[in-house]
Design a protein around this ligand. Structure first.
Ligand SMILES: *[C@@H]1O[C@H](CO)[C@@H](O)[C@H](O)[C@H]1NC(C)=O
Ligand SMILES: *[C@@H]1O[C@H](CO)[C@@H](O)[C@H](O)[C@H]1NC(C)=O
Length: 253
């Protein structure tokens, strides 16, 4: 007889156990518990796989949603100043009424923006500053900007300054610049609460507060004149949980 599959050479299998039969393959002195350990390991692997697949699918869903929705930051531009009243008297009291036109461009096909509805009134303002003196101020009206929409917001700003409200010499320097029709450096400082809406779903319950500061030079500034705006520079930031985050790395404009 040659050794073959059915005729194993002697010694190919372990000799019979002490009680005349083979030792159980996964046998343990304690018996049986190792088998449970293996299925536990399988179950664990299975769970890991499921979790991994779920995470991958979830991330893929987010990426696909973002590709479809293509969220874009809205663009804001100060388009015009209509100076209704701007009279500085020889004793430096100043009554002013300016209507600022802000062009808000929402390029998103699926996202709406809801402006205003501030929790605190101090979270919604527009101020015009001249060398750290507030000349006039107002608030942005509550409104919802639809998808793919450009809206001109007209914001009424009013101010009533007295002699003592000016910082050192700023009243004189403003009066001089107005008289000589020089460029006047202004800062338009804004805080604006915004809520994001996708479809009918509102994403944020609390509005996000955007801070927008625009430094500029204006010429031809005075009651009823056509104001010329130049050298505009924008700074943007967000208040997230009352913490200020500057967003100047972003391309807004
Ligand atoms: C943009 O939205 C405003 C406010 O809802 C609306 O009055 C205006 O007609 C819209 N403009 C365009 C171009 O659709
Ligand atoms: C805008 O100016 C105000 C007052 O100076 C400041 O508190 C705010 O942080 C500024 N915002 C940005 C985006 O720089």
């Amino acid at each position: 007889m040659h050794p073959g599959p059915y005729n194993p050479p002697p010694g190919a299998y372990p000799p019979p156990g002490p009680y005349g039969h083979n030792a159980p393959r996964y046998g343990h002195p304690g018996g049986g518990s190792r088998r449970g350990g293996c299925s536990c390991l399988k179950w664990y692997c299975c769970c890991c796989c499921c979790l991994f697949i779920t995470v991958v699918l979830f991330l893929a869903a987010i990426v696909i949603t973002l590709i479809i929705i293509k969220p874009q930051v809205p663009k804001y531009n100060i388009d015009d100043f209509a100076v209704k009243t701007f009279n500085i008297t020889p004793d430096f009291s100043l009554k002013s009424h300016i209507v600022v036109t802000v062009k808000a461009d929402n390029p998103n096909k699926y996202i709406e923006f809801e402006y205003g509805h501030a929790k605190q009134p101090t979270d919604n303002f527009v101020k015009v500053m001249y060398s750290n003196v507030e000349l006039c101020s107002g608030a942005i009206p509550d409104f919802t900007q639809p998808k793919s929409n450009v809206t001109m917001m007209n914001i009424d700003l009013k101010g009533d300054l007295k002699k003592d409200d000016w910082a050192e010499g700023s009243g004189e320097s403003l009066a001089d610049k107005l008289k000589n029709n020089d460029k006047i450096p202004l800062v338009v400082s804004t805080k604006l609460p915004v809520r994001i809406k996708i479809g009918s779903a509102e994403i944020d319950n609390e509005p996000t507060v955007i801070s927008l500061n625009c430094t500029m030079n204006v010429k031809n500034f005075g009651t009823g004149k056509k104001v010329e705006i130049s050298d505009t520079k924008y700074e943007v930031g967000l208040y997230v949980n009352k913490k200020f985050v500057k967003l100047n790395g972003f391309k807004f404009f």
